[in-house]
Design a protein around this ligand. Structure first.
Ligand code: PEP
Ligand code: MN
Length: 341
């Protein structure tokens, strides 16, 4: 159950509602927003129907909704309207399909600036680039860290692109939040609950990537952590899951998009690059992403993929990215018509 208090309800009303919830044998999880307090009623102890009826009649309560899903704040039952996240010039979840593009890792000033200029000119609104890199081998490049973040900020200044970059530890959240417009949680950290809690308070939108072997329900439960800790601006990212198939790096669960669109109001982004792991397959998955109603895509692009320090095989060249963006125009026009309908 979720209780939305009236805008600017006084503290004594909020306290009384919490008291009533506890009286029925439930626990309280409040989120204090700028306008209103939203209270999650959690636990299994009490009589839901009586509690709901009582709260509906309690002063200060605007709305009390019963939510059957285990994820509450992110569910469609709680909120029917799409969440729209404003970042730089983009409105993710709104009436435009948003393209995020850039290299897997920030490698040098020349590399990130050249890529940023090119993807901006081709229509991207957000620049991606990892400064903290989750690598399978401890001997592989681990990212430029703080220096990489500074280069991303420089690229933002030069191009007007917003920045999405990964944060790998709760300890690094304040530093990454200084530079990033969107905090990326990588697949390997989807269930780093300590970090998800800190991201609830980081003041920046979060892009939460689906874990390598995570179900859709688990993805939504992780998003719930961030929202329940105070941050409503979460977007979900399907980046391929592990299956028995070896022809692609992962298996792109394209059906996750319509499934998520039924279950949640949060925006859904597709990452075709990590899903397939092979440059030649990326444009087809981008077309699919637009066709199934994703809110955007995040694509790896490198000025010289054969020299990339990470993920060169799946990175589009700048020319390849330009060509793909042209090919996508018709698909995106159709997407816009459907969104407006
Ligand atoms: C990345 O975006 O470069 C990355 C490491 O992605 P994922 O966490 O999906 O593997
Ligand atoms: Mn990568």
């Amino acid at each position: 159950m979720i209780i939305s208090m009236r805008p600017h309800a006084p503290k004594h009303e909020v306290d009384y509602v919490c008291e009533r919830i506890q009286h029925f044998g439930f626990r309280v999880h409040s989120i204090v927003g700028e306008e209103r307090v939203v209270i999650g009623v959690v636990g299994t102890g009490g009589d839901v129907t009586s509690c709901l009826e009582s709260l509906e009649a309690t002063p200060g309560v605007e709305r009390a909704v019963r939510i059957s899903a285990p994820y509450k704040f992110v569910s469609k039952e709680f909120r029917k309207e799409r969440t729209v996240i404003h970042v730089g010039k983009a409105a993710i979840g709104g009436d435009e399909f948003v393209t995020m593009a850039g290299p897997c890792s920030v490698e040098s000033e020349k590399q990130i600036m050249e890529t940023a200029e090119a993807v901006a000119a081709a229509g991207a609104k957000i620049l991606r680039g990892g400064a903290f890199k989750p690598r399978t081998s401890p001997y592989d490049f681990q990212g430029m860290e703080g220096e990489g973040l500074k280069l991303l900020a420089k690229a933002r200044e030069a191009t007007g692109l917003a920045i999405v970059t990964e944060v790998m530890s709760d300890r690094d959240v304040p530093l990454v939040a200084e530079y990033a417009d969107i905090m990326q949680v990588g697949a390997r950290n989807m269930q780093n609950f300590a970090m998800l809690k800190v991201l609830g308070k980081c003041g920046r939108p979060v892009m939460l990537k689906r874990g390598l072997s995570a179900t859709i329900k688990e993805l939504l439960m992780s998003a719930e952590y961030i929202v329940a800790h105070g941050n409503p601006n979460v977007m979900l990212c399907e980046r391929g899951i592990r299956t028995f198939e070896t022809a692609t790096r992962n298996t792109c669960d394209i059906s996750a998009v319509p499934v998520l669109n039924e279950l949640t109001h949060l925006p859904v982004i597709i990452d075709p690059s990590h899903a397939v792991g092979k440059r030649s397959l990326v444009p087809a998955i981008c077309k699919a992403a637009v066709a199934v109603g994703a809110d955007g895509m995040i694509v790896e692009v490198h000025p010289c993929p054969e020299k990339a320090i990470s993920d060169g095989a799946q990175s589009l060249t700048i020319e390849g990215f330009q060509e793909m963006m042209k090919q996508l125009q018709g698909y995106i026009a159709l997407w816009s018509l459907e969104r407006a309908a």
